[in-house]
Write a protein that binds this ligand. Structure first.
Ligand SMILES: C[S@@+](CC[C@H](N)C(=O)[O-])C[C@H]1O[C@@H](n2cnc3c(N)ncnc32)[C@H](O)[C@@H]1O
Length: 357
């Protein structure tokens, strides 16, 4: 049986499974998964896994996905490489792959998997060597070619597959490794940095350099505001809580102690960002209204999901936003993701295409 390998935040396996099951159903493909809570992965068994894979680029709760071609168990500690190479050989013939642009050795998350993670980290070297010897791995990393993916359940079991460049996550296993900027007032800053990179692409800083103004609703102490200010945007920071002093000294922040649901800017701003801890449906509605009323051009916001029915909650909000934008804004762009730095929340990008009149 073929299958899909999906990575998610540990604790979100149910949401990840619900979403892929729904997607499969919409493509008349059916499958099942037995999940291990807090492992950070889901194996979705499905006959049509390979065709379903090409529809997986908009999944919200999966950080990374690839199709499983074979599964090996009882690997001999004296020679794990030979059976892996035999599987890779078969995969290359089946998929018409001539060589890989890179190889990634992967593992589950959490304390139970710490030893496997260490093993997988080291094992990438002998795999690389073996592939190079056979001429199956490009000399330099080549992101335009398929990447060989090896997921180790432990040091004796491995799932083997190859991804497609178009469908590859920005970071392997969706783990965004960003350095915390020392001057930023809170770790939350990484959420917005990851969101900009994820939704706008690698040149997000260049894109923001053409923008002049921003609003941050629920801004205290200023991690998100810092990202906007760092790109030179004059930012209205709305929060009853205090803002970081150093950030205020930049001269680019106007702190307004007000309710984010009622405060409005004097003129349309380029960016609206919002990290208020509030009912997600209420936040989504507010974001839509700002863009609809031409108070902001683009929005990035977090939706804090309730403990239960997290997938359903997002489905309801998505339907609500879809209805609102369909018809009036045919070119609207809405993307959502459970980012690596998100916790009990997802991040949404919204552009109604309403900025020019
Ligand atoms: C998660 S914190 C924001 C952290 C911030 N993004 C950062 O990077 O430092 C949420 C903030 O939302 C603010 N907040 C909640 N409801 C609000 C409302 N109705 N109006 C304005 N701020 C609100 C809280 O005071 C709190 O400071």
């Amino acid at each position: 049986m073929s299958a899909l390998m999906l990575f998610c935040r540990p604790g979100f396996e149910k949401e990840c499974m619900a979403e892929i099951t729904e997607l499969a159903g919409s493509k008349e493909a059916y499958g099942w998964a037995s999940i291990e809570m807090n492992s950070g992965f889901v194996v979705f068994e499905c006959e049509q896994a390979h065709s379903l894979y090409s529809h997986c680029d908009n999944l919200v709760f999966s950080r990374d996905v690839w199709p499983i071609s074979s599964r090996l168990s009882d690997l001999d500690p004296q020679d794990r490489i030979s059976p892996i190479i035999a599987s890779v050989d078969q995969l290359m013939k089946e998929k018409g792959v001539k060589s890989f642009g890179d190889v990634s050795t992967e593992h589950a998350e959490g304390d139970d998997y710490r030893a496997t993670a260490k093993f997988a980290g080291k094992f990438v070297h002998p795999v690389r060597q073996a592939l190079r010897k056979l001429g199956w791995l490009s000399k330099k990393e080549d992101p335009s070619k398929p990447m060989l993916r090896l997921f180790f359940k432990d040091s004796t079991q491995v799932l083997v597959g190859a991804d497609k460049p178009r469908l590859r996550a920005k970071w392997p296993m969706g783990i965004a490794r960003l350095r915390f900027p020392a001057a930023a007032p809170s770790r939350s800053t990484l959420k917005l940095e990851e969101a900009f990179g994820f939704f706008l692409g690698d040149d997000w800083r260049e894109q923001l350099s053409h923008c002049r103004t921003g609003v941050d609703l629920g801004a205290s102490p200023g991690g998100w505001t810092w990202q906007l200010v760092n790109q030179g945007l004059y930012t209205y920071a709305i929060d009853n809580g205090p803002m970081n002093k150093q950030l205020m000294d930049s001269g680019l922040v106007e702190h307004v102690a007000a309710d984010g649901f009622t405060w409005k800017p004097p003129l349309m701003v380029d960016w609206l960002v919002c990290d208020m801890i509030e009912k997600p449906g209420r936040v989504a509605q507010l974001m839509y209204e700002w863009l609809h009323n031409r108070q902001a051009k683009y929005a990035i916001f977090n939706l804090k999901l309730p403990m239960k029915k997290r997938f359903q909650e997002w489905q309801d909000i998505k339907a609500q936003l879809d209805i609102a934008k369909t018809g009036q804004y045919p070119k609207a762009v809405m993307k959502a993701k459970h980012l690596y730095h998100d916790r009990e929340e997802i991040t949404v990008f919204l552009d109604l295409g309403n900025q020019n009149g």
